[in-house]
Write a protein that binds this ligand. Structure first.
Ligand code: NAI
Ligand code: A1CAB
Length: 275
C-alpha cells in the first residue's frame, strides 16, 4: 500500500510535486495537502483528486511522511505548532525549504526525528524534476528508499552525504529553472529583433533547449564535443559562441550560482539562530 504523504503548505513547489506524483500513478487518496486558505486547496482537490485540509494537525494524523513545504520564513512557527502531534506519531519529515538545516528543523519539531532535506525544482510538475536529498542520522534505509521513490516519481533524484551540498543543489537545480526561463525571455526578445514574431521565437527557443538537453542526456559525448559538432569552422555558431564567451556567460553563471548558494547559507544563519 502507498505511504500516506501530507504536504504542509500547498504552494508552487508542493503543487508541482503533487501533480507530478498523481500523473506518475501515485494514488491521490494517499496524498493530503494543507494551506491557510481553502481557495488555495480547491483547485488541487478538483484537478488532482487529493485530500485537502486547512487543519495541519488533522492532516498529519495518519501521515507516514510529512513534507514541510511552506516558505522558510514561516517554517519555525509551523514546526513549533506541529511539535506535539509530530512527536506523537513520528512520521518521516521531508523539508523542501531552502537554507534550513536538518538540525534546526529537528529541534523546532522537538528532537529525535528522521529528517530528510530535499531540494526539488518546479519541473517536477511535468515529471522532469531534479532533486537533491540529504538524510540525518535518524533516517532508516527504508525511509531513504521511500524518499527516493517519491522524488523519482517526479524526475531524477541524487543523494548528497554532506548537508552543505544541498546549497550547491539549490544553485544547480532548485533555483536553476529560473536561469533557463530568463534565457528564454532574452532569446525571444533577440528573435523578435531579428524579425520573428514573439510566439514563433519563443517556441523555437524552448524546443531547442528541450532538444539540446534531451540529446545531451542521451549522448556519450561531452557537452563540449556536442557544442563543437554544431560549430562549423568559419560558420555562424562559432561567431555566436565566441560572443557568449567574450560577454562572460561562464563567469555570469558561476557568479549566479555562488550568489545562490551564499544566500542559502545566509538564510540558514538568519532563520536558524535561537532567539
Ligand atoms: N518555488 C520553487 O521553485 C522552489 C521552492 N522550494 C521551497 O519550497 C518552499 C515553498 O516555496 P513555494 O512553493 O515557492 O512557496 P508558496 O508561497 O507558493 O507556497 C507556500 C504555501 O504555504 C502555505 N502556508 C503558509 N503558511 C501555512 C501554514 N501555517 N499552514 C499550511 N500552509 C501554509 C501557503 O498558503 C502557500 O500555499 C520554500 O521553503 C522554498 O524554499 C524549493 C525548491 C524550489
Ligand atoms: O528562491 C527560492 O528561495 C526557492 C528555493 C529554490 C527555488 N526557489
Amino acid at each position: 500500500m502507498a505511504s500516506n504523504v501530507t504536504f504542509i503548505g500547498a504552494g508552487n513547489m508542493a503543487g508541482a510535486i503533487m501533480a507530478g506524483m498523481v500523473q506518475s500513478g501515485y494514488p491521490a487518496a494517499a496524498i493530503t495537502a494543507t494551506a491557510t486558505r481553502d481557495t488555495t486547496l480547491q483547485p488541487l482537490r478538483d484537478q488532482l483528486g487529493i485530500n485537502t485540509s486547512t487543519d495541519n494537525h488533522a492532516a498529519i494524523a495518519n501521515a507516514d511522511v510529512v513534507v514541510l513545504s511552506v516558505k522558510p520564513q514561516g517554517m519555525r512557527k509551523v514546526c513549533e505548532s506541529l511539535r506535539e502531534s509530530i512527536q506523537g506519531t513520528r512520521p518521516l519529515i521531508i523539508s523542501v525549504a531552502a537554507g534550513l538545516s536538518a538540525d534546526t528543523l529537528e529541534q523546532w519539531l522537538g528532537g529525535d526525528l528522521a529528517v530528510i532535506r530535499c531540494m526539488p525544482n518546479t519541473p517536477s510538475l511535468v515529471g522532469a524534476g531534479a532533486s537533491g536529498l540529504f538524510a540525518n542520522d535518524n533516517v532508516s534505509d527504508a525511509q531513504r528508499e521511500l524518499a527516493t521513490q517519491l522524488m523519482e516519481s517526479v524526475g531524477i533524484a541524487a543523494w548528497v552525504e554532506e548537508e552543505p551540498l544541498i546549497d550547491a543543489v539549490t544553485a544547480i537545480s532548485g533555483s536553476a529553472p529560473a536561469y533557463f526561463f530568463l534565457m528564454f525571455e532574452a532569446m525571444e526578445d533577440a528573435g523578435v529583433k531579428l524579425g520573428l514574431d514573439a510566439d514563433t521565437a519563443r517556441r523555437l527557443a524552448m524546443q531547442t533547449a528541450l532538444g539540446a538537453a534531451t540529446m545531451a542526456m542521451r549522448s556519450d559525448k561531452s557537452p563540449a564535443e556536442l557544442k563543437r559538432n554544431v560549430m562549423s569552422p568559419g560558420g555562424t555558431t562559432e561567431k555566436a559562441v565566441a560572443h557568449l564567451e567574450q560577454a562572460g556567460l561562464r563567469n555570469a553563471l558561476d557568479g549566479a550560482m555562488q550568489a545562490c548558494a551564499q544566500r542559502a547559507r545566509e538564510m540558514s544563519a538568519e532563520l536558524g539562530k535561537d532567539d
